[in-house]
Design a protein around this ligand. Structure first.
Ligand code: GAL
Length: 360
């Protein structure tokens, strides 16, 4: 095999094995039975809405990807469907449930023609990794539940918080946001769920991590044993910190999370957090990116972190360089994670290969 084929070229057009540009944005990778499966948003040329659905590609070496087709199709026939063609369907992530033997896909869903106001999660399931996935439902998360650790006194204090009384973006408003202004507002109907990922821990428990509370606060929500529902247990992370695009991995017992700020398709400075328990407390670290364009994450935004098999301490940061004028020409930003004093660091590279990592 030519060396060329085993090289990652961040930001360049990345073709699949048939020579067509890979169309799998805001994606994630699942490793199953010796094969990596890349799931992502199919993007069209002139709209960011979902006209096709979630695509799937397969690879053994992470550089050459075979197109496996559409894993979850939007509904082209029923305009009333939650996933009607033209809805917004973003950041799909697939996990495998060892107990049920099923593949479960979670994604961010915005109902057709409603902009970003729905703020729902969506979930779909399949017996076969590549699909077709069957859409199960969409909704807001954890209705009728407060986050972990909320006491009766906190609830009494929350009751005094009324959105209309607070001038937007004032210090008083910031404080109310931290206390849970929007968690309380959405208590009955359920919590907003936008940019998202799913993480399966070593003990088999899975967590849905998403931007909630008007994108001001991340929620880390435990899933049921079958990975199909929220259990009602969730933690609020970096309240009022305005984090999106969560990507997480675990190394030597420490959870690391890389996120972005909230500037839509425009890149901003990545943020990094660590914790020794997934439900926190989380500690914030400096921007993991270094060098030229570190302040704009090299033009990209996090979406997932891949653990590379058979290599030592090998993790790949997976990001998107968005091109909203031509969404399908958005590019991929895959960079190896380097550890410096035990902390993840990201550096721009024009090209690199898996030789970057030591063989186990
Ligand atoms: C980004 C988000 C994307 C998409 C976009 C829409 O901040 O990470 O997934 O939702 O906003 O403007």
């Amino acid at each position: 095999m030519a060396k060329e084929e085993k090289t990652f070229y961040p930001q360049r057009v990345w073709n699949d094995t048939e020579g067509n540009p890979i169309n799998a944005h805001g994606g994630g990778v699942l490793y199953h039975d010796g094969v990596y499966y890349w799931f992502g948003e199919h993007k069209a040329d002139t709209t960011c809405s979902a006209m096709v659905g979630v695509t799937c590609y397969a690879s053994k070496n992470l550089t050459e990807w075979e197109n496996k087709g559409v894993a979850l199709a939007v509904d082209a026939d029923d305009s009333e469907s939650d996933i009607a063609m033209g809805c917004i369907l973003e950041r799909p992530k697939v996990v495998y449930n060892k107990k049920t033997g099923k593949f479960v896909m979670w994604f961010h869903l915005e109902l057709k023609d409603k902009g970003y106001e729905s703020a729902r999660y969506g979930v779909a399931v399949s017996d076969v990794v590549t699909g077709p996935y069957r859409f199960l439902r969409s909704g807001r998360a954890n209705p009728g539940k407060f986050s972990l650790g909320v006491t009766a006194a906190d609830i009494a204090a929350l009751d005094t918080l009324v959105e209309e009384r607070l001038a937007y973006r004032t210090a008083e408003w910031q404080e109310a946001v931290k206390q849970g202004l929007y968690m309380k507002r959405d208590f009955e109907g359920g919590q907003m769920a936008r940019d998202q990922t799913v993480f399966v821990d070593d003990d088999g428990k899975a967590y849905h991590i998403f931007s909630s509370e008007e994108n001001l606060t991340l929620h880390i929500a435990e899933l049921t044993d079958d990975y199909l529902y929220h259990t009602g247990r969730y933690a609020r992370m970096a309240p009022g910190g305005e984090n999106e695009a969560p990507a997480i991995f675990k190394k030597d017992g420490t959870y690391w999370m890389i996120t972005s700020g909230c500037t839509g398709w425009a890149p901003n400075e990545a943020r990094m957090f660590s914790a020794s328990h997934i439900m926190g407390p989380w500690k914030q670290h400096p921007n993991p990116c270094v060098g030229t364009d570190a302040a704009i994450t090299f033009g990209g935004q996090s979406t997932y972190i891949i653990k590379v098999e058979n290599r030592k301490d090998a993790y790949i940061f997976m990001g998107d360089i968005w091109r909203p004028e031509h969404p399908n020409d958005s590019r991929y930003l895959w960079l190896p994670i380097r550890f410096q004093d035990g902390r993840p660091v990201l550096e721009w590279m024009d090209s690199w290969s898996l030789d970057y990592f030591r063989v186990k």
